[in-house]
Design a protein around this ligand. Structure first.
Ligand code: BTN
Length: 255
């Protein structure tokens, strides 16, 4: 892929590999081997062992979707603020998807899934490398469903793609161009410590924020009110007069 991105550093070092196990795994190998410049992107046409959140697999049809990993060096970020990487990745994906689908509802489902008209269109997997209690490297792995229109049976009800919304193809390179610009914009905001602006934009686009929803906690189906998201990334759920905080492993949303 020969692509010149209109950015300062995000994706200026772009490696395209037609098939590999996982762009995140590849990016982590690059980090171990050669200290790649900040902003390096690894892009693939197909992953044989794509990684999803919580040890799941990310399956994506060959040459249909956007599969990338972005290497950042956010050593300026306090460890306790690492959830901001999740927020900016989600905001950049949201902005990119909304650019292509201006008439659709594009929201972030906590912590960082992207919903297009209430169905999952993209996922993010962040893998950090720490050094002396600092984030030496962060790998932002992003998969956006672009041109795939058939999904495995288990995902058929819950997954979507830009093609299913628009009825036309979106080239992975064109999507990457917009995504790289957005990622750079939000990353620079983070670097300039514009945390309140990032927080309010994240909440603005957070699915069901300040709404009553049904969740599953410990196998039990409960109604709750989404009160907010903590600095450490935990979601704040209101049960009667009690506010409780959960991480991604502890709560499942029933959309
Ligand atoms: C999720 O479970 O929602 C996160 C999915 C993240 C998938 C992307 S595809 C590119 C990058 N490489 C991987 O192995 N995973 C991420």
């Amino acid at each position: 892929m020969n692509l010149t991105l209109p950015t300062l550093f995000i994706g200026q070092n772009l490696t395209y590999i037609k098939e590999l196990p996982s762009t995140n795994a590849y990016a982590l190998q690059l980090i171990a081997a050669e200290n790649p410049p900040e902003g390096s992107i690894v892009m693939a046409g197909y992953q044989t062992a794509g990684r999803g959140q919580m040890g799941t697999n990310w399956r994506s049809e060959a040459d249909k979707n956007l599969l990338i990993s972005l290497i950042l060096k956010p050593s300026f970020l306090a460890l306790g603020d690492s959830f901001y990487l999740s927020k900016i990745a989600a905001l950049a994906c949201r902005e990119t998807i909304a650019h292509f689908c201006p008439d659709a509802e594009v929201l972030i489902k906590w912590p960082n899934d992207l919903l297009l008209n209430r169905k999952k269109v993209a996922g993010i997997l962040i893998e950090n490398q720490l050094d002396n209690l600092k984030i030496a490297y962060s790998v932002l792995g992003i998969g956006i469903n672009l041109n795939q229109f058939l999904f495995p049976e288990v995902l058929r009800e819950t997954a979507t793609s830009l093609w299913l919304q628009l009825g036309r193809e979106v080239e992975p390179g064109e999507c990457l161009t917009h995504l790289a610009v957005s990622l750079e914009k939000y990353y620079l905001k983070l670097k300039q410590s514009q945390l309140p602006a990032i927080d309010s934009e994240y909440l603005r686009y957070l699915y069901a924020y300040q709404e009553v929803v049904r969740v599953e906690i410990g196998g039990e189906s409960l109604e709750t009110y989404i009160a907010g998201v903590q600095k450490d990334g935990k979601i704040a759920l209101q049960f009667g007069d009690k506010l409780r905080f959960f991480d991604i492993k502890e709560v499942k949303f029933v959309i």
